[in-house]
Structure formats: C-alpha cells, structure tokens
Design a protein around this ligand. Structure first.
Ligand code: NAP
Length: 278
C-alpha cells in the first residue's frame, strides 16, 4: 500500500518512517515538496503519486510561537489540514491526522478519554482543535490521533535539552505541576500501522502508558544516564511562558486497546530503549 506522509522531516516522521517502510511503500514529503496550505500543489501531488493513504504530520508546533503568530498558526494547523481533508475526500483517500493533548485544559483529575470535551488554553491547542473539527466535517471517515510529550531520535527534544543543561550548568530545574505520559516517537509506528490496516475512523488517544510530571520524567532520565546533579522541582509559573499548558494531560488509551488491539508499553520501558539506542 502506498502511504504519503506530510511533514516527514519532523520529530514524528523521522522516527516512524523507518518502521513503517517495512510494511508500506512510503512517499515522504515536507514543506519543500508540499506546503499543505497549497491546494493546487496538493492536487498535482496526489494525481502524480496516487497514494492509497495519507498521514498528515505537518504542523506549526512552536507552542509559544503560535501565540505571537496566530494567523500563521491558524493557516498551518487548521486551514492546511482542511485542505488535505478536501483533497482526500475528492480522491477517496483515507486520512490519518495528528493532533495533541493541548486541545484539553488539563483541569480534569483523571485520564482524558476521546469523549471528553476539549477546551484549549493556547493558540496552538485552539488551532489544532479547529483542524480536527474541520477534518471531521469535511472527511468524516478520517482518523485523528491525539499524541503527547513525544521524544525521539533526530534533532533536539526535551531529553537532549535537559541533559545538556545539566552537563553545562551542573544543575537542573524542572516543572513539577504538569502531568502527562512521555511517549517514544518510534512506539507510534505500530498503532499507526494497525490504524492504516483497519481504517477505523474516529479519534484515538495514543501515548506510552503510565504518567509523570516533567520533574519525575527528568529524574528517570538522569537515573538512566547516571547524571548526578542537583535537580529542583519548580512551579510552571516560574518559567513565564507565553502559552498556557494543560496541568494534567494524561490520556486514557483504552480505546486503541479495544479497537485495534494495541497496548502501549510503559513510558519507563520506552525511555530505557531510547537511551540504549542513542
Ligand atoms: N512533538 C510532540 O510532542 C507532539 C505532541 C502532540 C502532538 N503532536 C503533533 O504531531 C504532529 C507531528 O509533530 P512533530 O513533533 O513531528 O512536529 P515537527 O517536528 O514540528 O514537524 C512538523 C513538520 O511539518 C513541517 N511543516 C510545517 N509547516 C508545514 C506546511 N505548511 N506544509 C508542510 N509541512 C509543514 C515542518 O517543517 P519546518 O520544520 O520547516 O517548519 C516539520 O518538518 C503534529 O501534528 C503535532 O501537532 C506532536
């Protein structure tokens, strides 16, 4: 099966494409080949490549930058996905689109299910939610994957940043009032493969299992890497970031278990493998 992937050079694309390549014929494209806000380019590409499935990873993911550039965020995170959905509908191509835990406000006390009412607190979250809704309206057979706290190989991520700070300054301060599930990007490949094969439309929450705060995640990273520096828990208010983040963004992932038979391993197991592969 021919799978076209947009935004392929990003964190998720870089990590899932090697695994998906052994099951599918992948057409990896990024903004240089297809800017998803360009409908004409999209039409030409789909006519040319004739994909049987599209995975849309293209997005504006600079969460604080979205607060400053709201129009751009709306264009890439909402208008772009709507254009992709229109083209998929026109060419009868099933679509998997990626969304985020930032569609929620994080005020819940237990894990978020796919039925919970979104209430984004940031421009990033609001534009991603708008993208989800427009896709569902235009091409109701689409699959929307909400993911969170992703790390992986290639480029900078939370793990590389926090270890660099620890090594350069001999200490680290990390927020202890935001909870989620760190997710190894490579672990997304298997549920994606199953969703492509089953084609069951709807929203799916996917993350490694368990949960922690960023501080607890950092403690585990330092323990795996034998980094022995003072680590201080701090409130997120001290970071003075432009975009508000959800306080509690843990997903209930029972739907993927039920619908496609995928159980995600714990975030600690995934982290160990990631560190072992570095
Ligand atoms: N990373 C996370 O923790 C996380 C968590 C939850 C959900 N997600 C979602 O997962 C998806 C993939 O995330 P990611 O972490 O892989 O993001 P990423 O690393 O920022 O990659 C996104 C890719 O899309 C490209 N892009 C930007 N605008 C585009 C456009 N108009 N047309 C085509 N390509 C464009 C980017 O190019 P440039 O780099 O040149 O801009 C980049 O290569 C996104 O939908 C994101 O919202 C990510």
């Amino acid at each position: 099966m021919k799978l076209l992937i947009t935004g392929c050079h990003g964190l998720v694309g870089t990590n899932i494409i090697p695994a998906l390549s052994s099951h599918f014929d992948i057409v990896p494209l990024d903004i240089e080949e297809w800017d998803i806000t360009d409908r004409n380019a999209g039409e030409y590409i789909l006519l040319n490549h004739k994909p049987q499935f599209i995975i849309n990873l293209a997005a504006m993911t600079d969460v604080d930058g979205c607060e400053d550039r709201q129009e751009m965020a709306q264009k890439i995170n909402s208008d772009g996905p709507a254009t992709v959905a229109e083209l998929c509908k026109m060419f009868h191509i099933p679509l998997i689109h990626f969304s985020t835990d930032y569609v929620f406000d994080g005020e819940k006390a237990f894990p978020y299910t796919e039925e919970d009412m979104p209430h984004p607190m940031s421009v990033y979250g609001a534009t991603k939610l708008s993208g989800e809704r427009r896709i569902q309206e235009i091409h109701p057979l689409s699959i929307i994957i909400r993911a969170q706290w992703i790390y992986g190989h290639g480029g900078d991520n939370f793990i590389s940043k926090v270890t660099r700070i620890a090594q350069e300054t001999g200490a680290a301060r990390v927020v202890n009032d935001q909870w989620g599930a760190p997710t190894y990007a490579r672990d997304l490949a298997e549920p994606i493969r199953r969703l492509v094969e089953t084609g069951k439309p709807g929203i799916y929450h996917i993350a490694n299992s368990g949960s922690c705060s960023w501080y607890e995640f950092t403690k585990e990273i330092f323990s795996c890497l034998n980094i022995d520096v003072p680590l201080a828990p701090i409130p997120s208010s001290l970071l003075d970031r432009k975009a508000k983040r959800p306080r509690y963004a843990v997903f209930d992932c029972s739907k993927i278990q039920r619908e496609i038979g995928v159980t995600m391993r714990t975030w600690q197991e995934a982290l160990q493998e990631y560190i072992g592969n570095q």
